[in-house]
Design a protein around this ligand. Structure first.
Ligand SMILES: NC(=O)c1ccc[n+]([C@@H]2O[C@H](COP(=O)([O-])OP(=O)(O)OC[C@H]3O[C@@H](n4cnc5c(N)ncnc54)[C@H](OP(=O)(O)O)[C@@H]3O)[C@@H](O)[C@H]2O)c1
Length: 324
């Protein structure tokens, strides 16, 4: 009898330990954000939704920037039910369209005098490759060019705030590509490559952007950091054959339950970068701690060159003359 009880306790302890380990860091900051305006892209699902709920609990005024406004409305209602009286604004934003990004930014500038934070959370993974209406590969535009342009359109609103933060959701996948992949994907938008390379390049580009922008904003009130949320169970895998197939998903479920974060856990590092009193900028955070990205992503010269290259490929669509 005691043997079985002992066995159950040890097994339970091991399972708990494994889940705690893979659950990652927890943000322990008690900071409140009453009245501070925070924009979260892709707030209708996964990490963005979990983060929005936590920010509402801390009193922030939220702008849920969603391309699916029906799902966005469901999230807004959920937030208001959980935290009655919260200030929650739902806005349409499609990062795969520069026209939509421009319209969204104009609405924000009209409605809010200052913005405390922009969370570039929206993203796609393993998406069927296609060109956007602007002529860019869809993963590259949604995950990188869209946030790049949106951030610049909103810089003046961020500068109006006493302290402001930009948080870019990146991924450990950024380590999977080299400088040749980066150049090839960036300069040849209609030559499709593997889905994994497309995603990894977009996430590497976001870290390089974080680094270059932080330097340009070093004399301003804005800090900008990149975040690796870890491996999180969300809709992002909807196009990934291993997880979008219900049978394969069911087979992996027991293991995933142990080693994959839930969206609340996945939101912790982004939450930490929004709340921490540490004003480091241009950094990469994992599990609520500063961490080192790949050597390529840490290279300041490449980051600055890549920023210039991005402006070149956006020439005619967008320029930053008056922003930084
Ligand atoms: N989950 C992970 O394991 C993991 C790991 C590393 C990094 N990340 C990053 O974390 C971020 C959040 O992902 P998630 O896991 O929470 O996935 P998710 O549940 O699929 O959420 C992604 C969000 O992005 C939105 N989105 C996609 N394309 C968009 C567009 N063109 N315009 C505006 N919004 C768009 C989605 O809207 P719809 O609902 O309309 O599609 C959704 O709200 C992503 O940047 C992702 O790359 C996730």
């Amino acid at each position: 009898m005691w043997k079985y009880i002992g066995g159950a306790v040890v097994t339970g302890g091991i399972i708990y330990g494994v889940m705690r380990y893979f659950g990652g860091g927890i943000c322990n900051c008690s900071t409140r954000l009453d009245g501070l305006v925070i924009i979260i892209t892709g707030a209708n699902s996964g990490i963005g939704k979990a983060l929005s709920l936590e920010l509402a609990r801390r009193g922030a005024t939220l702008v849920l920037a969603c391309r699916d406004t029906r799902k966005g409305l469901d999230v807004k209602c959920e937030i208001l039910a959980a935290y009655p009286g919260s200030q929650v604004h739902l806005k349409y934003l499609d990062l795969a369209s520069f026209a939509s990004i421009f319209q969204f930014s104009e609405v924000i500038k009209c409605e809010f005098d200052e913005i405390y934070a922009l969370v570039n959370n929206a993203g796609i993974f393993y998406h069927p490759q296609e060109l956007t209406e602007d002529g860019f590969e869809i993963t590259f535009q949604t995950n990188y060019l869209g946030p790049f342009v949106l951030t610049h359109y909103l810089l003046n609103s961020l500068k109006s705030s006493d302290h402001a933060r930009i948080v870019n959701l990146s991924s450990e996948a950024h380590r999977m590509v080299n400088v040749y992949d980066l150049k090839a994907v960036t300069t040849c938008q209609n030559e499709f490559r593997s889905h994994i390379v497309a995603y990894s390049v977009s996430k590497l580009a976001l870290i390089l952007f974080t680094r270059a922008l932080s330097k340009k904003l070093s004399k301003s009130n804005i800090i900008v950091n990149a975040v690796n949320p870890g491996n999180v169970d969300t809709n992002i895998y909807r196009h990934f054959p291993w997880l979008s197939n219900p049978w394969l998903y069911a087979l992996q479920w027991p293991i995933r339950r142990l080693v994959v974060k839930n969206p609340g856990q996945g939101a912790q590092t982004a939450l930490h970068t929004l709340l921490t009193s540490n004003r480091s900028t241009g950094q990469y955070y994992t599990n609520c701690k500063l961490s080192l990205p790949s050597p390529l992503a840490s290279n300041e010269e490449i980051a600055n060159e890549y920023y210039a290259t991005t402006l070149e490929i956006l020439a005619g669509i967008f320029s930053t003359e008056s922003d930084c």
